[in-house]
Design a protein around this ligand. Structure first.
Ligand SMILES: [Zn+2]
Length: 287
């Protein structure tokens, strides 16, 4: 009979629920911005993204995960070729979503996977950036943070640990504060727009294998996974590329402009901070 330690609760017959947030820049063989914009190149890139997500789903399902929700988390958020995903998953597609890359995360999930993730703005990582080209820096309670850390912190307030991250070696480095997380390194950066990359088939096989292994290890209590929980109250500092963007964003109630390009938002509730950040992205004109 299965014995699943989940979210601090110990249960018999418990369903295991997995949340997957899927981005594009951290997928194997995706290295340059033309692959995100040029139609033919983009069609190939989104297929690789779909196949990496499918690999994670297959691994998790063979290890006994009961329910999987995949959130399409790149730009338009309509990248995944949904016809090609295994039929038993739910997909969150499109935008706007008030929790953006983490839409629908809550304490019903046991574990999260981040597939195709990339390092934060300023990192030498492949296609590194933080949510939008409008942003040149983010700090949470004085800690430099990018998409990986900010999204993991939101999962953390719901008690959901990040079990698996795939992307380049720089995003793996950035995730070293996550306890128990497995990383699949699919490429290593040569420059911000070039990499030594695994072939898509290789990265997919590794993601499927690691996905299976980490769920198995968690179910049998052989790995200790901790939710990434940052103590409140929270101060989010965002530095915009232009003073005009920061000024428009500063019209939001509750926001303080610290200097021409920098705004700060304080709140004791982290989902409120995350939602306010989604509004900032839209106001800055680069949602
Ligand atoms: Zn991203």
């Amino acid at each position: 009979m299965p014995y699943y330690p989940q979210n601090g609760r110990i249960g018999w017959w418990a369903l295991v629920r997995l949340y997957i947030s899927a981005d594009l820049e951290g997928v194997a063989a995706v290295v340059s911005s033309s692959q995100l914009t040029e139609p033919l190149e983009y069609e190939r890139a989104r297929r690789w993204m779909t196949e990496e997500v499918s690999a994670a789903i297959r691994g998790a399902s063979s290890a006994g995960v009961d329910q999987i929700v995949v959130n399409d988390a790149h730009l338009t958020m309509t990248n995944l070729l949904v016809d090609d995903l295994p039929g038993y998953v739910e997909v969150i597609s499109g935008k706007p979503k008030e929790l953006g890359m983490m839409a629908a995360i809550d304490d019903n999930f046991d574990l999260a996977f981040f597939i195709g993730y990339h390092a934060r703005h300023g990192s030498p990582g492949v296609l590194s950036h933080s949510y939008s080209d409008a942003i040149v820096g983010m700090e949470l309670n004085g800690l430099e943070i990018g998409e990986l850390g900010f999204n993991a912190a939101l999962a953390g307030v719901f008690g959901v640990p990040v079990a698996l991250v795939s992307g380049d070696e720089e995003v793996a480095l950035e995730g070293s504060q996550l306890v128990g997380t497995s990383f699949v390194i699919v490429k290593s950066s040569v420059s911000q727009q070039s990499a030594r990359t695994l072939l898509p088939k290789q990265s997919q096989a590794m993601i499927e294998q690691k996905s299976y292994e980490i769920i198995q290890a968690w179910k049998t209590g052989n790995v200790h996974l901790e939710a990434y929980y940052l103590e409140g109250p929270y101060c989010l500092r965002v530095i915009f590329r232009s003073p005009l963007m920061a000024k428009i964003v500063s019209f939001m109630p509750g926001l303080k402009q610290r200097d021409p390009c920098c705004v700060e938002f304080y709140h004791s509730d982290f989902p409120t901070v995350y939602r306010a950040f989604q509004a900032m992205l839209i106001l800055a004109g680069r949602p």
